[in-house]
Ligand binder design. Structure first.
Ligand code: F6P
Length: 751
């Protein structure tokens, strides 16, 4: 419709111009045609006069003027010659034929003949008036008046006019048709060009918009970005999740009920150093990163394994300590494990069995009966701790991770009215993979003790539901994503975990300053392209594949040798396990090999920093880097990617992200790679290293909006809001039941 209107705008003036042209041209054409014919008739008059003049002169000389009459009568037999008259030298009419108009005297005829188009309208039609002198030699001033029929001229003029009008109409139609076609083609070109720009082609995919649209492309995109920002800012007023909103949700929907968190890893460890000094350390753990800010907002109790060497020295007689040190916002209850318990439950069943089983990272899971027994035993111990910490019979308990698959059902036994939210921080594999676990049924039954069971992605929820479907006699309602087992219903839902988005003044050094400090510390040249990886030193993180990609980049593009440096921060983890020790050794030797192959005096392409880094140091590294590389072979979410995005308030830096990390589903503006495909990852590193600042800004700005909006308070808030709804339903059901019971009692009494 719009195109039609646009085309009409062009066509209407065009057709008007053609009409005006036709109106001007037609009378002009008529006049010209008449002149041409008048000239022809004058020539014909001269010819006739020439032919007749001898005979007239002779007849006059002989005094036989009656012959003149018959001469004239014969001449007018010509179908074009209508009448002839002979005028004397004094302008008197001497003779005329019968059709000669009586009103046309010689003088008037002379006047008419002098006009450009000597035309005389008569009743029978127009005639041409021509006056010719008789032959000069014997002329006495007499002249002949010749009237020629002009109706054929009018007829021809009318024909010509018709043809001309027809031609103009056809011309108009042809022009209109061509205009419509051309307009349609170019409009479509415009529309598809604009669509391309709006879709961001040439922005995410390096394509150029059509040349005629190039001047508009950046303007349109900038405007779109403004609008998007505006929209999100508007939305934020309503939907932004922060500690205050979480606290108010706890007060309103959960009526200030007690919140208890259970995890293996504790948020603060007291470590005694060799010199006897004690330090407080925060572990490199995604779980801790996510749950800690939530606990600070809810002021609840966190139950965890006290694994720090000086932990026992800092708890009260109930094994509790207020944390964070200095601000005391919530209570940490430490549970002590013996070496054997830690060995069987943590190293054995959790990390040699469930960890590789769920990650499907091509490391064979190990299942030992003794580990399984210890796993059950430790889960029981934590269930006792929960029961001991509960102030009432219906606390909200947040069970964290694969260390506690049996805990939900065990808590349910002790506190049947508790609301139990279990969050599984690692992936859930497909039913076939999970099927190799000898105690799969017990694990599933343990987890189905939860009120709500959360995974990072919908995909993991689906895998879990299918696994239950294959292993247990349970009722599954796919529409509501619930599983009913032994009359107890569990909601299986996805809650993508995130980080505490840094708002306001964070006291960070400017990016340039961070870069200067890091470059100085690592001894890097000023024009070095710095890529960083920050992980626990774990085989699921794809560190080996990442090193292969760096090596391939240097092999494929020698121009990067001396200019590209990859720094891997690898926090030691689970080093008691042989699999981990072997893996860590292998990484060291591959890094050495690459450095031997491409290193130069003063230049090492790979820097392996295999030690724990505090959060501030990691943040500084993120701010100094050009690229952050996350190449997990399988990861529930991966918070490193989100922390990198949060660190880049300058909207620069490129994230290279594995498609097998849960984060890839949210952070689609990263360069998404298959870490098993070394070539693809090497190419992504090159693309990242050469990406123009404007494109980095576009991608990073969008990533930052996503992470800011989907922050950790939203993760916890959504789960707790679901828990609040569940508790409300339970309360209503209990009230209805109480009414029913009262009615029943009264009926029995009256009976
Ligand atoms: O990814 C699963 C997970 O429990 C994370 O939540 C955490 O970052 C990591 O493993 C910690 O492992 P560990 O406590 O064994 O060092």
């Amino acid at each position: 419709m719009k195109t039609l209107r646009l085309q009409l705008r062009f066509l209407v003036p065009l057709l008007l111009t053609l009409t005006v042209a036709a109106l001007v041209a037609l009378p002009l054409m008529d006049r010209l045609t008449l002149r041409w014919f008048a000239r022809d008739l004058n020539t014909r008059d001269a010819l006739v006069a020439n032919t007749l003049s001898d005979a007239i002169n002779e007849a006059q000389a002989d005094g036989k003027s009656w012959r003149i009459q018959s001469l004239f009568d014969r001449a007018v037999q010509d179908e074009r010659l209508v009448a002839i008259a002979l005028c004397g030298p004094g302008g008197e009419m001497l003779r005329r034929t019968e059709g000669y108009p009586r009103t046309l005297g010689c003088t008037r005829a002379n006047e008419l003949a002098e006009q450009a188009v000597p035309r005389l309208p008569l009743e029978s039609g127009s005639v041409h008036v021509g006056v010719q002198p008789l032959k000069a030699d014997d002329a006495d001033g007499s002249s002949l008046v010749l009237l020629h029929d002009m109706s054929f001229i009018d007829k021809r003029s009318a024909d010509t006019r018709r043809y001309l009008v027809g031609f103009i109409v056809l011309l108009g139609l042809a022009i209109a048709l061509i205009t419509v076609i051309v307009a349609q083609i170019s409009w479509r070109g415009w529309v598809s060009g604009m669509q391309g720009i709006l879709r961001g082609e040439g922005l995410l995919v390096p394509l150029l918009p059509p040349p005629e649209l190039q001047p508009f492309a950046s303007e349109v995109r900038a405007r779109l970005r403004d609008l998007e920002d505006e929209y999100r800012r508007g939305l934020d007023l309503v939907t932004v999740w922060n500690p205050e909103r979480l606290r108010s949700l706890l007060q309103t929907q959960l009526r200030g009920d007690q919140v208890i968190v259970v995890s293996n890893r504790e948020p603060y460890l007291h470590e005694r150093l060799d010199d006897g000094q004690v330090i407080v350390r925060r572990p490199a753990s995604g779980l801790v990163t996510a749950v800690e800010p939530v606990m600070r907002a809810c002021s609840g109790t966190w139950i965890a394994h006290g694994s720090g060497s000086a932990d026992r020295d800092f708890v009260d007689r109930h094994d509790r300590i207020a944390v964070p040190p200095g601000t005391n916002e919530y209570s940490l209850r430490r549970v002590w494990l013996t070496k054997e318990e830690e060995e069987g439950y943590y190293n054995g069943f959790a990390n040699e069995g469930l960890w590789p089983l769920c990650h499907v990272a091509h490391v064979r899971p190990v299942f030992r009966e003794a580990d399984w027994q210890m796993y059950k035993h430790v889960n029981e111990r934590f269930a006792d701790a929960v029961a001991a910490e509960a102030r009432g019979d219906d606390p909200v308990v947040l069970v964290q991770d694969y260390h506690f698959a049996l805990l939900p059902a065990m808590i349910r036994e002790r506190l049947p009215r508790a609301t139990i939210l279990t969050f599984w921080h690692i992936p859930w594999p497909n039913p076939e993979s999970f099927g190799i676990c000898p105690w799969r049924r017990e694990i599933l039954q343990g987890m189905l003790g939860s009120t709500i069971l959360g995974f990072h992605t919908r995909f993991h929820c689906k895998n879990f539901i299918e696994t239950v479907d294959r292993s247990l006699e349970a009722r599954i309602e796919h529409e509501h994503s619930t599983i009913s087992f032994h009359d107890k219903e569990t909601l299986v839902e996805s809650y993508p975990i995130s980080i505490d988005w840094p708002e306001g003044d964070r006291g960070w050094a400017p990016v340039d300053e961070c870069r200067r400090r890091v470059f100085e510390r690592l001894g890097l040249g000023p024009f070095t392209c710095l890529a960083v990886g920050v992980d626990r030193f774990d085989y699921t993180k794809g560190i080996l594949e990442r090193l292969h990609a760096v090596e391939r980049l240097l092999e494929k593009r020698p121009e990067w040798v001396g200019k590209f440096v990859f720094v891997q921060v690898a926090a030691p983890t689970r080093s008691a396990l042989e699999e981990y020790r072997a893996f860590q050794q292998r990484i060291h030797s591959v890094a050495d090999r690459i450095n031997t192959r491409y290193g130069q005096p003063g230049y090492q392409p790979v820097r392996l920093l295999a030690e724990h880094h505090e959060h501030e140091a990691v943040n500084e590294l993120f701010r100094a880097a050009n690229i952050c590389v996350v190449t997990s072979l399988h990861d529930g979410m991966n918070l490193v990617s989100k922390e990198f995005v949060a660190a880049r308030d300058d909207e620069q830096g490129v994230l290279v992200l594995s498609r097998f990390a849960g984060a890839a589903r949210e952070l689609s503006e990263a360069l998404i790679v298959n870490p098993y495909h070394v070539e693809e990852t090497a190419d992504a590193l090159h693309l990242a290293a050469t990406m123009p600042a404007a494109e980095q800004r576009e991608r990073m700005a969008s990533l930052r909006m996503t992470v800011r909006e989907n922050n950790v308070f939203r993760w916890a808030g959504r789960m707790l809001a679901d828990a609040g709804r569940y508790r409300l339903r339970e309360r209503i059901a209990a009230r209805v039941q109480r009414h029913k019971n009262t009615d029943l009692d009264e009926t029995t009494l009256h009976a």
